[in-house]
Design a protein around this ligand. Sequence first.
Ligand SMILES: NC(=O)c1ccc[n+]([C@@H]2O[C@H](COP(=O)([O-])OP(=O)(O)OC[C@H]3O[C@@H](n4cnc5c(N)ncnc54)[C@H](OP(=O)(O)O)[C@@H]3O)[C@@H](O)[C@H]2O)c1
Length: 350
Amino acid sequence: MFSRTLLKGTYGIRNASRFVSTKTKHIVYEEYGDPPKVCNLKEALIDDIVKENEALVKFVAAPINPADINQIQGVYPVKPPLPGVGGNEGCGIIERVGKSVTYLKPGDLVIPSQSGLGTWRTSGIVEASKLYSIDKSVPVHFAATLNVNPPTAYRMLKDFGHLKPGDTVIQNAGNSAVGQYVIQIARIRGLKTVNVVRNRPTIDELKNELKSLGANEVFTEEEFAKESRSLKNVRLALNAVGGRSSLMLAKTLDDDGVMVTYGGMSKQPVQSPTGAFIFKDISLRGFWMSHWYTKKENAKERDAMFKDLCEWINAKEFAPPKVVERSLEQYEEALKMAMESSDAKQLFVM
Ligand SMILES: NC(=O)c1ccc[n+]([C@@H]2O[C@H](COP(=O)([O-])OP(=O)(O)OC[C@H]3O[C@@H](n4cnc5c(N)ncnc54)[C@H](OP(=O)(O)O)[C@@H]3O)[C@@H](O)[C@H]2O)c1
């Protein structure tokens, strides 16, 4: 059995020259279906021999994201071969590397460099090219949730709409993990955000919380339906919901504005206003972080992006991610909660 590596928010490594345990625990699914039902916690033996292009990683923490749920349900474009280990995001410590791996060394803090790694496990041998090393001073909760949501927010604000300070960005699911990074990165860049959320009994609390992150406006969907006509200079709309919500966002766009769809939480097709295409020449685009990572030409830009994100984390520009820590043994409860509520990320701590 592995010792815990998460010690007061820092990363511990074992003596790399020592023989490494051959047992790993992981959350596996052998068929697609309802995640709490098709997933199982299993033990497995891992090969001790790290091949020349591989690395042995001791995983430290890994969240459950909507994409992980969709992947297990079999409705996500990236489908690891079955049986699959769940989890696309997380962080770990390198324990050993193969001979030809020069860009990683024991003790490095790593995150996946692409989807489909299977991060819900205590350790594993993976191709070193599927790992990306980050600043070791980044706290565990940030590191474990660093390669999906913050980069998605970062890229959408950088790559669409030619935004300059003072411009307005509108988004639905403003309280989602991505949405909260959109608010915070926009604040850092001097952009304004208008955020639409679903109504709830604790709406005042939620509004205050998003405003404390830097949100300029937070509307419920009902309030937004009344206020949307008065919005000016909206350059970019970020849509994670689809259906009527996307129609309402797109209607607020200024001339040549862009709506980027990156999620479909309502499972309804994207709707858009006919007049805004004709009279304002708006554009509809899509964005998928996993696809961006696969493009070799983005390598330099990836380094610059993680440098910015890690600097902002260390400068305390971002509020700590809200997480509920879970052991791998609590996978059923964690998966159920991840499917029911977006209040906090369920985070496996190994
Ligand atoms: N394209 C990409 O590269 C990329 C990257 C990251 C994430 N995503 C996608 O972005 C979305 C958000 O991800 P996340 O990790 O930030 O999610 P999250 O933190 O779990 O938040 C989910 C959000 O979706 C809202 N929501 C859930 N069901 C809804 C429905 N039926 N109608 C309207 N809103 C609904 C929730 O609102 P309530 O609080 O009101 O429930 C909440 O704001 C997901 O679709 C995810 O797959 C895409």
